[in-house]
Each structure stands twice: as structure tokens, then as C-alpha cells.
Write a protein that binds this ligand. Structure first.
Ligand SMILES: C[S@@+](CC[C@H](N)C(=O)[O-])C[C@H]1O[C@@H](n2cnc3c(N)ncnc32)[C@H](O)[C@@H]1O
Length: 233
């Protein structure tokens, strides 16, 4: 997995935006809005990749707020550093190398935690959500933005043709690397449906769990709240 992400890091942002027809910008904005972060807040983005979601957080928390982006892949973090250097948020975003399954942060220290396009990639989805819940303060939000399967007849078939056949070819042509963009459709096939993700959010003890399907259901944003009494299950 680490090798896959190192290989795609240089062309990742370009491909994301091109293959999603720029919808990725809207998805990230929506996701960060759902964190409920306020100016001066303290947000975490787990599996931050090239930092695009962390940059979106920084816009929300403003000059007095702070954002931490965590990823295990050095090449992704290097790209994030470059991206952040081109924004006015260098002093507000801190990048750190670490594992989503064992976050190197104290409990309840963040106002919210997000994860974008990465629950599909971590080896233990439940443990990752549990860790995100642990480091968020009571009342704060845990939010996941992830690819999902659309259900509308007609749109579904067209989308799967695009996603299963065209995306691997276009991904290969632009990145020059074959494996990662063929892995993409496979990773979605093995990923639990939206309702099951909601159940996992609930089972780890998040409350008020809800989800939003965007762009015809090709991505879904799950949101849960850390209970005021953290012992509540
Ligand atoms: C598809 S990219 C998503 C990047 C970014 N969140 C975005 O919205 O574009 C998945 C990211 O998850 C990271 N990742 C995968 N497993 C991880 C783990 N166990 N701990 C930390 N980062 C991980 C990868 O290095 C990669 O940067």
C-alpha cells in the first residue's frame, strides 16, 4: 500500500481533479463544513495525502486556528508540504508522519477529525474510526469522505463503465504507473456499503450518525458526533 501511494503522489492531485471533473473541490468543501469547525478551531485530517482537505480545514479555522494532517507516506507528505507552501496557511497547518490505526495524539485534543478517500485503504476500518473518536473532544465530529456505489439505474451503469474501465486506463496514461488506478475499482468492490459504514460509526460509540450522498452517490460523507459522556456506547 505504501508503495502504491508513493508512486502516485506526484500526479495525484491532477488526476483527482481531472477524473472527478473538478467535483473533488466541492466534496472536500462539503466534508469540512460537516465538521462544524469554527474560526480558531483545531482540526485533524487523517490520511491527509497531498494536503488538499487540510487546506480546506485551514480556510474554516482561519488565522487563529490550527490543523494537523497525518499520513504514513513520506512522498504524499512532501507533496502536501509543496501544496501548503502555495497557500496563506503555512503557519496554520502542521504535517506529521504516522499511522491512522494508532494516532500519536492525546485523547480529546481535537475539535474534529476527518478522513478523505482513505477508509478504503486502511487495514482496519473500525480501529481507524475508533482512533479518530478517541482524539476528538466530546461534542466534536468525526467525518469520512469516501467513494461509494451509486444506486440510480442508468447512472449506475454509466458510472461503473467509467470507473471500472476508463479510470484505470486514464490513470495509467497520466501517471505512467499501472497498478494504482486498477486497484481503485477493486478497492471499492471490497468496501462495505454506506449503511454498514454507518453501523460501524455507531458501534464505536459515535452518536447522531448520518450520511450524505453526493454527485449521484458516487461519494458519501459519513458524520458522527463524539458523545458528551465518552463512556456512552
Ligand atoms: C487515496 S489517498 C487520499 C488522500 C487525501 N486524504 C485526499 O483526500 O485526497 C489515501 C491516503 O491514505 C494514506 N494512508 C493509507 N493507509 C494509511 C495508514 N494506515 N496510516 C496513515 N496514512 C495512510 C496514504 O498514504 C494516502 O496518502
Amino acid at each position: 500500500m505504501y508503495r502504491i501511494f508513493s508512486a502516485i503522489a506526484p500526479r495525484y492531485d491532477f488526476l483527482n481533479t481531472a477524473l472527478s471533473f473538478r467535483q473533488d473541490k466541492y466534496w472536500r468543501r462539503f466534508t469540512v463544513e460537516k465538521t462544524g469547525l469554527l474560526p480558531g478551531g483545531y482540526g485533524l485530517d487523517v490520511c491527509c495525502g497531498t494536503g488538499m482537505l487540510a487546506i480546506e480545514h485551514a480556510k474554516m479555522v482561519g488565522p487563529t486556528g490550527k490543523v494537523v494532517g497525518l499520513d504514513f507516506c513520506a512522498a504524499m507528505l512532501a507533496k502536501a508540504k509543496e501544496n501548503i507552501a502555495r497557500t496563506p496557511y503555512q503557519n496554520n497547518i502542521e504535517l506529521t508522519q504516522g499511522n491512522a490505526l494508532n494516532l500519536p495524539f492525546a485523547k480529546a485534543c481535537f475539535d474534529s477529525a476527518t478522513i478523505g478517500f482513505a477508509l478504503r485503504n486502511v487495514p482496519d476500518l473500525r480501529q481507524t474510526i475508533l482512533e479518530m473518536k478517541r482524539v476528538v473532544r466530546p461534542g466534536g465530529k468525526v467525518v469520512s469522505l469516501e467513494l461509494s456505489r451509486p444506486s440510480k439505474v442508468g447512472f449506475k451503469q454509466a458510472y461503473f463503465f467509467y470507473f471500472n474501465f476508463l479510470v484505470p486506463v486514464l490513470g495509467f496514461l497520466v501517471s505512467g504507473v499501472k497498478g494504482p488506478y486498477s486497484y481503485l475499482p477493486a478497492s471499492l468492490k471490497n468496501f462495505p456499503p454506506k449503511k454498514e459504514i454507518s453501523n460501524i460509526f455507531q458501534k464505536v460509540g459515535l452518536t447522531g450518525v448520518t450520511y450524505y450522498e453526493l454527485t449521484g452517490g458516487i461519494v458519501t460523507v459519513h458524520v458522527g458526533t463524539v458523545p458528551k459522556n465518552k463512556n456512552l456506547k
